[in-house]
Design a binder for this molecule. Structure first.
Ligand code: NAD
Length: 355
């Protein structure tokens, strides 16, 4: 074995119905006096419930998907104007993303309390959208210092969103198996993440108010993000990054649709990874395992359902060809990408991409 692995320094507090207590402890340990709480309007009441006993200097709700640069700049100015000393981000990846954008320029510590399975809270990756292009970067200043996971906060996440977001987590796991910095430690995290998400999502669909399924999915989402943060962006993330940043497609649903096509495309060129993925699903074949889960949870099917069109494909391919991932197990050509995107656009059987 020969690898170079980084483990990121974060405290992870996990416990259902314990987020408010955990937050109070963390704020006291930081001796924070001037809290900025970022939560989108949909999570405002949740945020108030968690911060009721704390002195909050600034309640901030101006959150938008993919962090438009104007949104980032307004939030940075507000943090400076209120002399903030700790940011608490309560919400999905868009909320965490805004907190990261503020941390990038202010170096303020962030406490993340996620309400989706996007996993942004466990990565040092930031993203900001300017002129219809999403720019991402890596900076340890944006890695939340503390993550507080509370599956009870996920009970209101509608099942269709939980499914899409859980598949976003699964995509982190699967792409980590062949991403540029793939290594055995990421693979171990990713395999356990696949197992946990594969247990959790069907339970959420069967009984949306059951905490056990939500806990499995949340635990798996953390593992998935820890693997992704270390492994970097593989083919799947490169494609979804272009689809989200250029065409403003919804993040989780886009990941959910594209994943089986990338898995099918790479599967036969990445046999050890595919065996690991299949083992985590408990099936003899990786794509079958993923498709079995997708059918059980009624996963999103086609990019056409989210506003993507055939006319977008040539531009997507052109952008992608200038930004291909290093070390993809199968070589990638413009024709291959066109075939993959066309299949994903129409929700065709991904098995056609197996070679
Ligand atoms: P999101 O944060 O945009 O949330 C989706 C919708 O769900 C929003 O309307 C939100 O208000 C609502 N919502 C969130 N939690 C809810 C809950 N518990 N109950 C009811 N509604 C709820 O979507 P997302 O998929 O979590 O995050 C997407 C963003 O995160 C994208 O911009 C993506 O690029 C970014 N992201 C970044 C990283 C990273 O490492 N930097 C990783 C993953 C995602």
């Amino acid at each position: 074995m020969h690898f170079d692995h980084r483990t990121y320094a974060q405290r992870v507090l996990f416990g259902s119905h314990r987020a408010a207590d955990h937050l109070r402890t963390v704020v006291s340990e930081y001796a924070a006096q001037r809290l900025m709480v970022i939560a989108s309007n949909s999570q405002r009441q949740v945020a108030r419930g968690l911060t009721g006993n704390l002195d909050v200097v600034l309640e901030y709700t101006d959150v938008a998907m993919h962090v438009p640069i104007d949104t980032a700049q307004r939030a940075r100015a507000a943090a400076a104007a209120h002399d903030i000393d700790l940011i608490v981000a309560i919400g999905g990846g868009s909320t965490t993303g805004l907190a990261k954008a503020v941390a990038l320029t202010t170096q303020l510590p962030v406490v993340a309390i996620p309400t989706t399975y996007s996993g942004s809270e466990a990565t040092n990756v930031w993203g900001i959208t300017e002129h219809q292009r999403k720019v991402t970067g890596i900076d340890d200043a944006v890695l939340p210092a503390v993550i507080i996971y509370d599956a009870a906060l996920m009970l209101e996440l509608p099942v269709d969103l939980a499914v899409a977001s859980g598949l976003n987590g699964l995509a982190h796991c699967i792409d980590s198996m062949w991403a540029p910095r793939a290594n055995p430690i990421n693979a171990a995290l990713a395999a356990e993440g696949i197992r946990a998400i594969n247990v959790g999502l069907p339970q959420i669909v069967a009984d949306p108010k059951d905490l056990v399924g939500r806990e499995h999915a949340l635990y798996g989402a953390y593992l998935s993000a820890a693997a992704f943060a270390s492994a970097g962006s593989g083919l799947h993330h490169k494609i979804c990054h272009v689809l989200g940043g250029t065409y403003n497609l919804p993040h989780a649903q886009t990941h959910a649709v594209v994943l089986p096509y990338v898995l099918a495309y790479n599967q036969h060129s990445a046999r050890p990874a595919a065996e690991r993925i299949a083992g985590a699903f408990g099936t003899s074949d990786a794509l079958s395992g993923l498709q079995h889960l997708r059918t059980a949870i009624n996963a999103p099917q086609a990019l056409a359902d989210y506003g993507y069109t055939a006319a977008n494909i040539p531009e997507t391919v052109e952008i992608m060809m200038g930004n291909l991932p290093a070390n993809n197990p199968r070589s990638i050509t413009a024709e291959h990408l066109t075939e993959l995107l066309t299949a994903a656009l129409n929700g065709r059987d991904p098995a056609a991409l197996l070679t």
